[in-house]
Ligand binder design. Structure first.
Ligand SMILES: [Zn+2]
Length: 66
């Protein structure tokens, strides 16, 4: 393997990583202080327990109960 091959592999790897980072962005967002559905405040304890949480307890249970 020469230097060009190594560079190509590196570029491919970086590109793949960038695509994956974008693809998984929605689940990697910071926890919300306010529920996405009903605008109720989400307690800090819940945000800490569930990194990236978007919904309050009420909306989450409705969603999971479906
Ligand atoms: Zn809610």
């Amino acid at each position: 393997m020469d230097k060009a091959d190594i560079a190509n592999d590196y570029i491919e790897w970086r590109t793949e990583e960038a695509i994956n980072a974008q693809r998984y962005q929605p689940s990697a967002v910071a926890s919300r202080a306010i529920c996405k559905e009903c605008d109720a405040p989400i307690p800090a304890a819940r945000r800490k327990a569930l990194p990236g949480v978007q919904l309050c307890v009420g909306c989450q249970s409705v969603l999971e109960g479906r």
